[in-house]
Design a protein around this ligand. Sequence first.
Ligand code: FAD
Length: 399
Amino acid sequence: PRHVVVVGAGLAGVQSAVALREAGFTGPVTVIGGERHQPYDRPPLSKAVLLGSAEHPAFDVDFEALDITLRLGLDATGLRTADHALDTADGPVRYDVLVLATGAEPVTLPGSESTPGVHLLRTLDDAARLRPVLDRQCDVVVVGAGWIGAEFATAARAAGCAVTVVEAAARPLAGTLPAEVAAPMADWYAGSGAELLTGARVESIEEGAVLLADGRTLPSGAVVVGIGARPATEWLAGSGITLGPDGSVTADSALRTSLPDVYAVGDCASFPSARYGTRLLVHHWDNALQGPRTVAAAIMAAEKREQPPVYDPVPYFWSEQFGRFVQYAGHHAHADTLLWRGDGADAAWSVCWLRDGALVAVLAVDRPRDLAQGRKLIGSGAALDPERVADPALPLKSA
Ligand code: FAD
């Protein structure tokens, strides 16, 4: 059997190795991971780990029993496909089949990386560096009102820090949600005692202060930059692997890359969605859990010269912010019809997006049943009665 090498020991990489074993693959499997820590889960980093109620959210996987070789603290620095080899500081690693699962890296503010007191929140080490900031109840400035910014602000408020969130757009989550949906979410910041400054651009960050383009100076005991993430694919430059303009590895519907025997999955990869008629780059946990099953099935199919599987999920994610459980399933476009279920000022509400009469996406705030029912309806593509959808007292059901 051939040797499968997985690059990246996050959820997508570890699950790819596990899914291969579950699919009956008996050949050698090696997972190479840049971080030194035993592979771990990221969502708790901005939640329980920050608040000290969890230490190291390691995956519950018995690598030895599964005969999966882990090589941790080792970065792949280059890919030579002609030789079927990866370059690493420990010398070349040969593969027969390669899975790229290098995830994403946070976008930084240029020049701020070396400034003391400026943090990112992506890794266990990042979270460990932020714990004392919360313990000392530092005044924190959060740059970016996205998912990470909101979750960090939540934890920092819970720890008793004064929190100011600086957002360049006119509202939180501007790249993800329409204005009318984000409007009530903006109020959650003030409700938690955090100050949200929208339309505020950071000019520069100095030790102890954040300077805004409009001349304001925000004193800061610590700064957390949460302005998005980009696929960790720079090391693939020149390898011949096709990358998209967003930096993602351009995978096909079976998560195969542009080169034979090389697959890509998780936060580093985009794939064509027949369901939504567009290419998706999903930076959420569920995609890094589901995608690996397709990768394993595709590798097995190639071994047996069978038809490859098709990956066409209904994307799903959740966020825990300001005491609320926010969930989203599907994918919506600007032109889709937006329907409210309930009032954004209320404790719990949802919004649905319809396209040609069928549900394509749902956002639920403390309405997990809407999410569960909506997710199934999106999957089935059934038509819905918009009037029923708009009545929060009625369950989400096909027409
Ligand atoms: P990653 O988790 O980024 O793992 C990739 C790994 O590859 C990393 O360990 C990296 O060091 C390693 N690597 C990179 N380059 C190389 C290289 N050249 N050689 C070797 N190793 C390399 N999603 C949700 O749906 N809900 C949430 O509530 C949620 N909360 C989150 C909170 C935080 C703080 C973060 C950071 C993310 C959160 N996410 C959440 C997103 C979710 O965690 C990611 O989508 C998921 O981790 C992606 O998994 P991955 O394996 O593709 O990438």
